[in-house]
Design a protein around this ligand. Structure first.
Ligand code: SAM
Length: 350
């Protein structure tokens, strides 16, 4: 079965539900071969290079109330913040000085950030580092809003679909949140020419193997430029406080399957992996991830962007942090590169 799956991958034919289910259900016996195959594909396209993106968590205000998330509206334990334009500029300057060519602005859904304000921030970043790419991860907005932000200079957008199954989506979110709306946002972003990222949590409450199979099927249809996944990690002040964390092993397997399906997509090894395992970041890379996102947020706010408990951070405060990162990644046999690392499209698949 595994050889047949790899043949389909080599022929760029995509995988069927049964193939994906087989990989997930037989993880322990097939993972070594799958990781090896995923790494071979990653190496072919990325030549052992790991792209870095400077992550700026600019607001933890959020009008949404997702049951899993530590910055949900009803969590009144969290100290709310917005960074200032000056803090934004100094974070970008630190990153630019280190050579970063991509900045990711991520935050809760915060009405304070009107199109005008966000567009101004996008322009401020481009002024400091004109050659950079800007990724927004600011949740659901109207198509007009996405268009304005694109016009201001945003290049990419991350919006995880979280789960493709509407019934599962309902279990993770209060009823005012609508999975169809999120799907429309993804389509709008793509139509506007953004490099779009989607993704899901692995091991989120009530998730079944079948849910994951459908997530992979949806992604094959949607063809994202980037895919961000990570294990679900509990937060003590959410309605899901009593659910188990997701598994690092299953997440690594999902990363590897993504790489089989999307040879040239940008796939990060995410903070949640590092939170649940000391070597989580490396395990993501060894499963086929090609992106890492150091945290450039101002130190005063870092603890407050707590989506889940004990969130790990690789923070870039000084040049030596980048040097350390480069050394750690070199030990693994990879090389940190500072280029923009744009998605090169599907044409390079085989
Ligand atoms: N508000 C934006 C959005 O909805 O896309 C961006 C911020 S949101 C906090 C970023 C991602 O964090 C979500 O897409 C979700 O998958 C992830 N996340 C939130 N809570 C989490 C948890 N407890 N464990 C793991 N990931 C979590």
């Amino acid at each position: 079965m595994i050889q047949e799956i790899f043949r389909k991958v080599d022929e760029g034919r995509g995988l069927e539900r049964d193939d994906i289910r087989y990989l997930l259900e037989n993880r322990e016996s097939v993972e070594e071969a799958v990781f090896e195959k995923a790494r071979a594909i990653t190496d072919l396209h990325f030549h052992k290079k790991i792209y870095v993106r400077g992550l700026i968590e600019f607001t933890n205000h959020c009008h949404n109330n997702c049951y899993y998330c530590g910055i949900r509206r009803d969590n009144d334990e969290v100290e709310r913040y917005r960074i200032t334009p000056e803090e934004l500029e100094s974070a970008v300057a630190v990153g630019a000085e280190a050579g970063f060519q991509t900045f990711v602005l991520q935050g809760g859904e915060d009405a304070y950030f009107t199109d005008e304000r966000l567009a101004d921030w996008v322009r401020r970043i481009k002024k400091i580092q004109p050659s950079c790419a800007i990724t927004l991860s600011v949740g659901e907005r109207s198509m007009e809003s996405y268009a304005r932000l694109k016009e201001a200079g945003a290049d990419r957008f991350l919006l995880r679909h979280e789960t493709y199954d509407p019934a599962h989506y309902k279990k993770l979110h209060p009823k005012e949140m609508d999975q169809q709306k999120r799907m429309k946002c993804l389509k709008d972003l793509k139509a506007l020419g953004y490099q779009v990222g989607s993704g899901f949590m692995v091991g989120s409450p009530y998730q079944t193997i079948e849910n994951l199979v459908e997530d992979f099927m949806f992604l094959q249809e949607f063809q994202p430029a980037m895919i961000g996944i990570g294990p679900y990690v509990r937060h003590h002040a959410t309605p899901f406080r009593d659910f188990e964390n997701g598994s690092v092993e299953l997440t690594a397997m999902c990363i590897a399957i993504l790489r089989l399906l999307f040879p040239t997509a940008n796939i990060p090894s995410t903070t949640a992996m590092q939170t649940l395992a000391e070597d989580g970041r490396n395990r993501g890379i060894l499963a086929g991830a090609n992106v890492f996102m150091p945290n450039l947020s101002p130190p005063r706010v870092r603890k407050s962007y707590a989506l889940y408990d004990n969130k790990a951070a690789f923070a870039l405060e000084a040049a030596e942090n980048l040097r350390d990162l480069k050394e750690q990644i070199a030990e693994l046999g990879y090389e940190i590169v500072m280029s923009r690392g744009d998605f090169t499209g599907r044409e390079n698949y085989n």
